[in-house]
Ligand binder design. Structure first.
Ligand SMILES: Nc1ncnc2c1ncn2[C@@H]1O[C@H](COP(=O)(O)OP(=O)(O)OP(=O)(O)O)[C@@H](O)[C@H]1O
Ligand SMILES: [Mg+2]
Length: 474
């Protein structure tokens, strides 16, 4: 599955084609042309676009593609670079050396990569790419969305690139199956919707795979949580306190799971189960499994539930479930209750209480004949901590609750917050002002941690002063 397969068949492969209107196409290195660009700039852009199309088709005509196909990407880039530089000189295009490079790059990207997406995929400061039709591409950087100058020529061009992505994983997107999930060779997650579902052109959402996952120290340095809380969580995971990470979309659940996995002993055998493998555990002994969607005929689907059941036959010390979302919840709880303490999962929920409710609902999806009370008993026995991740209105991501599940009282699962993030105010620029504070309750799991030789300083749980303050009025 390579993004870098060279092909000559221009229309199917997302190449630029010389014949059609090109005004709106523009690849990333050139500046944006928002709604009303200046005429002068527009005419230069037009001139460059036309030249790009001309040079691109000339490459296809004049260079031997079968030889190019055997070159490494680097050699290919330099071959095309030489060709493009010569053509630019011949056409007397008004470009500086940096612009010549960007121009040559954009042609390479069209030929062997994902066109205008390439520079965005290569830019490590970008975490998400969100495309709403050919002429609106947003990117997320440092927690904030911004409009990117990248453009596709038209919706057909965008759709061809989507097809290039999904065909690499043996899938197809067309009117019959207009919704598709796929993954890029580098592990980035892609979701695409085309017409008739998407009304104004293809909608593409890409969660980029971060090559260097954030560590717990990094999360502390970003003020996602105070050092004291990080130390407590690290200790809890190390001591096999079963933890669930709850949060909304893109709130940082997977990141926290990855970071906390560093606490797991290298002697343990871990089994990971995901819909799209993105966990990057740091242990040597990790058996990774991924679900399989149904094929085009609707057969062959393998769901998380089957994988969780199978995992238990594989002698895991812990099972790590990328995201619990359906009836596998029951099997996961069973695993957690039968010698696989310290297993972990993420769940989509807005607060710890909701995480529990959602778990109950998921167990119910399995249609098992067990009472609600029994399900709650399972949940309360299985889960030690719920860590709530949240993306706040200013784009910052924080661990807003560390909540302990302490047992059952009657039919109700008992929970207590150990640490919370209190939102206190908002600065003029929208920055959230708040503090992390202990509630003063000492978690029950401390005793187990102490038995295992891990002592957390008493000050960590002192509620009289905040552990960390973020944001300020000034
Ligand atoms: N504390 C943080 N500070 C800054 N960036 C963060 C933080 N936590 C996560 N991120 C970044 O936010 C993005 C989303 O994180 P992540 O994939 O962990 O979210 P998620 O909740 O698992 O999302 P999804 O619901 O899509 O599975 C990633 O690019 C990640 O690098
Ligand atoms: Mg995730």
């Amino acid at each position: 599955m390579s993004r870098f397969s060279l092909s000559r068949s221009a229309p199917e492969e997302g190449h630029l084609e010389p014949e059609s209107d090109t005004r709106s196409y523009e690849s990333a290195p050139t500046p944006p042309d928002p709604v009303e660009p200046e005429n002068k700039e527009q005419s230069l852009n037009d001139q460059l676009l036309e030249a790009k199309l001309r040079i691109h088709s000339k490459i296809i005509d004049e260079l031997d593609l079968s030889i190019l196909g055997e070159l490494s990407e680097e050699d290919l880039r330099s071959q095309i670079g030489v060709f493009v530089t010569r053509e630019i000189a011949r056409e007397r295009l008004p470009l500086g050396s940096q612009e010549v490079k960007a121009f040559a790059d954009s042609i390479v990207h069209e030929m062997v990569g994902l066109g205008p997406l390439e520079p965005l995929l290569q830019d490590e400061s970008i975490s998400d790419i969100l495309i709403n039709g050919y002429n609106q591409v947003y990117v997320e950087r440092g927690g904030e969305l911004e409009l990117s100058p990248a453009r596709f020529r038209d919706n057909e061009h965008l759709k061809r690139i989507v097809n290039k992505i999904v065909s690499a994983v043996g899938r197809r997107v067309d009117e019959g199956s207009p919704l598709v999930d796929a993954r890029l060779a580098d592990g980035s997650r892609v979701n695409a919707a085309i017409e008739p579902i998407a009304i104004n052109g293809p909608l593409v959402s890409i969660r980029k795979f971060s090559k260097k996952p954030l560590t717990l120290d990094k999360l502390v340095s970003f003020n996602a949580l105070p050092k004291e809380v990080a130390d407590f969580l690290f200790g809890a995971v190390k001591c096999r306190v079963t933890s669930i990470i709850s949060g909304g979309t893109g709130s940082g659940k997977t990141t926290l799971l990855n970071a906390l996995s560093a606490a797991i002993s290298h002697k343990e055998r871990l089994i990971t189960i995901e819909d799209a493998a993105e966990l990057q555990l740091q242990q040597p002994h990790v058996a990774r499994m991924e679900t399989r969607p149904a094929n085009l005929e609707g057969n062959g689907e393998i769901k998380q539930r089957e994988l969780v059941k199978n995992a238990l036959r594989m002698r895991p010390d812990r099972v790590i479930l990328g995201e619990v979302r359906s009836d596998e919840a029951f099997d996961m709880l069973q695993a957690m209750n039968t010698g696989h303490e310290g297993s972990m999962a993420t769940i989509h929920a807005n607060n710890p209480r909701e995480a529990i409710t959602r778990l109950e609902q998921m167990v119910a999806m399995g249609g098992l004949r067990i009472s609600q009370e029994a399900v709650r008993g399972q949940i309360s026995a299985a889960i030690g901590l719920i860590l709530q991740a949240q993306r706040l209105s200013d784009g910052s991501r924080r661990i807003t609750h560390v909540t302990e599940v302490t047992g059952m009282e009657g039919e109700v699962i008992q929970m207590q917050d150990i640490f919370v993030f209190n939102r206190l105010d908002t600065a003029d620029d929208g920055t959230v002002i708040g503090e992390f504070r202990a509630t003063g309750l000492r978690p029950k799991c401390l005793e187990e941690m102490r038995r295992r030789g891990l002592n957390i300083p008493a000050e960590t749980f002192d509620p009289t002063a905040p552990l960390l303050e973020v944001g300020s009025k000034a």
